[in-house]
Design a protein around this ligand. Structure first.
Ligand SMILES: [Zn+2]
Length: 276
């Protein structure tokens, strides 16, 4: 037999670029011909090295999915949902460092006296609120274009991100509140206001930008909690601050329900008019 497998055929064979009949005839020849067997082996080896090299290069050059995105995927969250949650600006590592530092400072202040406890209870609800403010919005969201292209409506994306941010931040505040001095049920007095201000801010963002809505609500909260101690002078006691009394807490429960209703009724606002 004078026919041998030429270089072009070796290349196509190792690249699996031949139909079964041609591949079978090459294999039949290679079994009998040591010379061609060697050339195919070299070709195979070279291709394998190429493939490994490509894999190594890709793993180095491709941007690593963020830790959060990878963990979400491990928990069974679908790929595009995991990417959208992980891209939430207020779920980044630096954000959590800032929260931890603020909470550490507020817990420290709480041990210095009643004013410190008050400070903790005023600051705590602002943390989830800030998270919600930065969770969504065309002006600050780098993945806004992706979000629009994703098969998910604006309102669902907002709820998804807000829920993620609220759970994460409120868990951190909850952990921090364990470090508070013994103040009874009031160690949890931040919880309903935190949900209240966050939901009111979300509801308000159906009218104005999330950033503006958050600013208005945050100012309102700080005024509401610090005004009565300022007006009454003397050392403020928690009983005198409406937000931290049982009736004040009940009002926040009502406010949460109202804000949620407004949010559901006006949810269509998140799905259109975002080009503004
Ligand atoms: Zn041969």
């Amino acid at each position: 037999v004078n026919w041998h497998v030429d270089d072009a055929l070796v290349a196509r064979y190792v690249a699996a670029d031949l139909d079964d009949a041609r591949a079978a005839s090459i294999e039949a020849h290679v079994i009998a011909c040591a010379e061609c067997r060697a050339r195919v082996a070299v070709g195979m080896g070279a291709q394998r090295v190429d493939r490994i090299w490509t894999e190594v290069r890709d793993s180095i050059e491709s941007p690593q999915p963020r830790l959060l995105e990878a963990s979400l995927r491990k928990c069974g969250v679908r790929d595009h949902v995991a990417r959208l949650i992980a891209a939430t600006p207020s779920l980044s590592g630096s954000w959590f460092i800032a929260i931890t530092v603020s909470l550490g400072w507020a817990v420290g202040a709480a041990h210095a006296g009643t004013k410190g406890v008050l400070l903790f209870l005023i600051v705590a609800p602002l943390i989830p609120l800030a998270g919600v403010m930065f969770a969504y919005g065309p002006r600050i969201d780098p993945t806004f274009e992706v979000a629009i292209a994703a098969p998910m409506h604006g309102f669902r994306l907002l709820l998804l991100r807000a829920t993620s941010v609220l759970s994460a931040t409120m868990l951190l505040v909850g952990i921090a509140s364990i470090g508070l001095p013994n103040i009874g049920w009031r160690a949890e007095a931040w919880l309903l206001p935190a949900l209240g201000v966050s939901l009111v801010s979300m509801a308000l963002s159906t009218w104005v930008e999330p950033f503006v809505a958050g600013g208005i609500v945050a100012s309102g909260w700080v005024l509401l909690t610090s005004l009565s101690p300022l007006l009454r002078r003397g050392v403020p006691t928690l009983d005198r601050i409406p937000a931290f009394t049982p009736s004040g807490q009940a009002m926040f429960a009502v406010l949460i329900a109202l804000a949620f209703a407004v949010l559901v009724i006006r949810s269509g606002r998140f799905d259109r008019g975002r080009e503004a």
